[in-house]
Design a protein around this ligand. Structure first.
Ligand SMILES: NC(=O)c1ccc[n+]([C@@H]2O[C@H](COP(=O)([O-])OP(=O)(O)OC[C@H]3O[C@@H](n4cnc5c(N)ncnc54)[C@H](OP(=O)(O)O)[C@@H]3O)[C@@H](O)[C@H]2O)c1
Length: 263
């Protein structure tokens, strides 16, 4: 199937690794030009280099900026120019109990998980509306709908981003622009793998055993395994394509069946 993405230009926030990197790779494989992002110039350049190696002829460039920071985001937007596709992927997460969560923890999650999407969309969505076509995607999570007790700051800020996407879609009425969210489930991204590896070392158990125990403790997953980043990325890339023209203002799941209701 040709998704019709050749010739489109996309920006993927937080794409030096994990789901963002997989989205960038999948977009490049469809012939889109992609701008990748992370906080560090060298890591951004290395990610672009890796993508060029796996997707021959890939039109990939990079822009480093900390998207939790308003000033750095503004400077990135000045250098970025117009895009057809904005993928609000960047996000941070950690397990921390309510009593241990400081105001700083909450603010860090607000700044990255919510405000990065606010700032990027505020700048880029009006340009898409003026151009008459565009796609804004949010990489969301099942934790926004079924908030984990040990990750309240993560769930609450991702719920806010889900609401943001719903509201932004209302600005697209009668245009060729859409705004949607993909609700991912437990995904063995580089970030999650790093955390599991660290815990496995601390506990003196093999990474694979801990990985299996974590997903085994998830009572609702129908897949009974972690997702691979590409499995989330494929739905994002479909929604980014012209083929998804009738899907707007919604949240679709690539969550392995973790959520137990249909709406
Ligand atoms: N993994 C899961 O189980 C899962 C499930 C559902 C949804 N999600 C969502 O998927 C998204 C990506 O998660 P992931 O697991 O793929 O993450 P990850 O592997 O930890 O990767 C995070 C990416 O974001 C970049 N980044 C981090 N902080 C940044 C900042 N302040 N400014 C710019 N870039 C920044 C990192 O690049 P540098 O380190 O190079 O800066 C990296 O490329 C998040 O929004 C998350 O909520 C994840």
């Amino acid at each position: 199937m040709d998704l019709g993405l050749a010739g489109k230009r996309a920006f993927v926030s937080g794409s030096t690794q994990g789901i963002g990197y997989a989205v960038a790779e999948a977009l490049l494989r469809e012939g889109a030009a992609v701008v990748v992002n992370g906080r560090d110039e060298e890591r951004v350049a290395a990610a672009a280099e890796r993508l060029r190696a796996v997707v021959p002829g890939a039109e990939v460039t990079g822009l480093a900026a900390d998207l939790a920071d308003a000033g750095q985001t503004q400077r990135l937007l000045e250098r970025l120019g117009d895009v057809d596709v904005l993928v609000n992927n960047v996000g941070t997460f950690e397990v921390k109990e309510l009593a241990d969560l400081t105001d700083e923890d909450w603010q860090r999650h607000v700044d990255l998980n919510l405000m990065s999407g606010v700032r990027l969309s505020r700048h880029l969505l009006p340009r898409m509306l003026a151009a008459g076509w565009g796609r804004v995607l949010f990489v969301g999570t099942e934790s926004a709908v079924d908030v984990p007790a040990g990750m309240l700051h993560y769930g609450a800020t991702k719920a806010a981003a889900l609401a943001l996407a719903n509201g932004l879609a209302k600005l697209t009425r009668g245009t060729g622009v859409t705004v949607n969210t993909v609700l991912g489930g437990p995904t063995y991204s580089d970030g999650v793998a790093g955390t599991v590896r660290h815990l496995a070392e601390q506990q003196g158990v093999p990474e694979e055993a801990l990985k299996a125990a974590i997903i085994g403790a998830n009572r609702t997953t129908l897949l009974e395994r972690f997702l691979e980043p590409a499995e989330v990325a494929h739905l994002v890339v479909y929604l980014a394509s012209p083929l998804a023209s009738a899907t707007n203002g919604t949240a679709l799941r690539a969550d392995g069946g973790v959520l137990t209701t249909t709406v």
